[in-house]
Design a protein around this ligand. Structure first.
Ligand code: XMP
Length: 322
C-alpha cells in the first residue's frame, strides 16, 4: 500500500490545504459530476463542505435516512447545510433497512445487514443513477490504520458497492482528508465555516439506534429507544461526559400501569467517562439526575416500566451494548 504522508493538526495550514484540495478535486472531476453521502458526522460533514467549495452544484450530496437515526436527525442535518448554501437531498430508505434487519438478532449480523443495505442497495443505486464518475469520501488516516490492523472492515468502497472497478471503468474515489486525523479534520471544518454544533456532539455509532436495541430491530422498538435517547441526551447534555445513551433491552419485566399488571420494556442508561473510547468508566451521576431521567422516561414512554443505570467499566463491558 502507498504510504500516506500524515499532516499533524498543529502543522495543518488550513488555508493552504483548502486551496490545494479544491484544485485537486476540480482537476480530478473536470466538467463532470461527483456524489457523496452525508451522515452528519464530522468527517462526512467536512468533506461535504470542502467538496461543495470545489464543485458547487456539481457535487450531489445525499443524506440516506435509514429509519434508525435519532429524532429529527435527517431534517436537522439538511437544514444545517442549507444555512451554508449547500443542498442536501434526503432519501427516505427506511423500508429497505427495516426489511434487511427483520428477524436478525446477532449484533454482527445486524451491522452487516446495515452496511450491505447502505452500499449495495441504496448508495450503489444512487451512484449509478447520478451518472457521477467520482465519489467523494471522508476517509481519514485513522480509518486506514484500523483497516490495516484489522479493527475495521476493509474500506474498499468499490467492493462494498458491488462494483467491479474494471467493468465500471472511470469511477474514481476522492479522499481529500486521508492525510488528517480527527483533530486536523475538526480544525479544517472550523476553517470551512462549519457550525460548532457539528463538532460538539458526542460520538454516535454508524449502525445508529440499531446499536441501542438488543435483539431484533423493529420500527416499534426504534420508536421507543429514539424517545428514550432524546430524553437521555437532553438530560445529560450538561455532564460533559464522553458519551451517554439509552438502550432498549430484549427482556420484558413485570410492571404496573393503570393498576394493571403489564409485561413492559426495560431501558438501560449508560454515561461514560473516557478519553479515546478504548477504556471507559461509568460517570458518577447524582441520584437526582438519574431520578429525573427515569421519571421522564416512564412518564413519556408508556411502553417502558423499568429504568436501570449501567455501572461496569470497559473492559470487560463495551460502550455500546450491541
Ligand atoms: P464500543 O461499544 O466498542 O464502542 O466500546 C467504542 C466507540 O465506538 C463507537 N461504536 C461504533 N461506531 N460503528 C461505528 O461507527 C460501530 O459499529 C460502532 N460500535 C461502537 C461507540 O459509540 C463508541 O464511541
Amino acid at each position: 500500500m502507498m504510504k500516506i504522508k500524515e499532516i499533524k493538526a498543529k502543522h495543518l495550514n488550513t488555508e493552504k490545504f483548502i486551496e490545494e484540495k479544491v484544485l485537486e478535486i476540480r482537476q480530478a472531476v473536470g466538467g463532470g459530476l461527483a456524489v457523496n453521502a452525508l451522515s452528519g458526522g464530522v468527517d462526512s460533514s467536512v468533506v461535504t463542505a470542502l467538496g461543495h467549495k470545489a464543485l458547487g452544484k456539481r457535487l450531489k450530496t445525499y443524506f440516506i435516512d435509514n429509519g434508525i437515526m435519532r429524532q429529527n436527525e435527517p431534517v436537522m442535518v439538511a437544514a444545517q447545510f442549507k444555512k451554508m448554501g449547500i443542498h442536501v437531498e434526503v432519501l427516505d430508505s427506511s423500508k429497505a433497512f427495516f426489511s434487511a434487519l427483520k428477524g436478525i438478532t446477532d449484533p454482527e449480523e445486524k451491522r452487516e445487514a446495515i452496511t450491505q443495505t447502505f452500499y449495495k442497495k441504496i448508495f450503489r443505486g444512487l451512484v449509478v443513477k447520478s451518472k457521477a464518475r467520482h465519489l467523494l469520501q471522508g476517509t481519514i488516516l485513522t480509518d486506514i490504520d484500523e483497516t490495516v490492523a484489522g479493527i475495521k472492515r476493509q474500506h474498499n468502497v468499490f467492493e462494498q458497492l458491488g462494483i467491479d472497478p474494471q467493468a465500471a471503468f472511470g469511477y474514481k474515489i476522492l479522499e481529500p482528508l486521508i492525510q488528517l486525523r480527527k483533530d486536523g479534520v475538526r480544525k479544517l471544518g472550523r476553517a470551512l465555516g462549519l457550525p460548532d454544533s457539528i463538532f460538539n456532539r458526542i460520538p454516535f455509532p454508524g449502525p445508529a439506534l440499531a446499536a441501542r436495541v438488543i435483539g431484533e430491530v423493529t420500527p416499534a422498538k426504534i420508536h421507543i429507544v429514539r424517545k428514550a435517547t432524546l430524553i437521555t441526551e437532553s438530560e445529560l447534555a450538561n455532564t460533559r461526559a464522553f458519551q451517554y445513551m439509552a438502550i432498549l433491552h430484549a427482556d420484558r419485566v413485570t410492571g404496573l400501569r393503570d393498576n394493571k399488571r403489564v409485561f413492559g420494556n426495560q431501558i438501560e442508561i449508560r454515561c461514560w467517562n473516557s478519553l479515546d473510547a478504548r477504556t471507559a468508566s461509568p460517570t458518577r451521576l447524582s441520584f437526582k439526575v438519574l431520578e429525573k431521567i427515569s421519571g421522564r422516561i416512564i412518564k413519556e414512554i408508556p411502553e417502558v416500566v423499568s429504568v436501570t443505570y449501567h455501572i461496569a467499566t470497559k473492559p470487560p463491558s463495551t460502550i455500546e451494548a450491541v
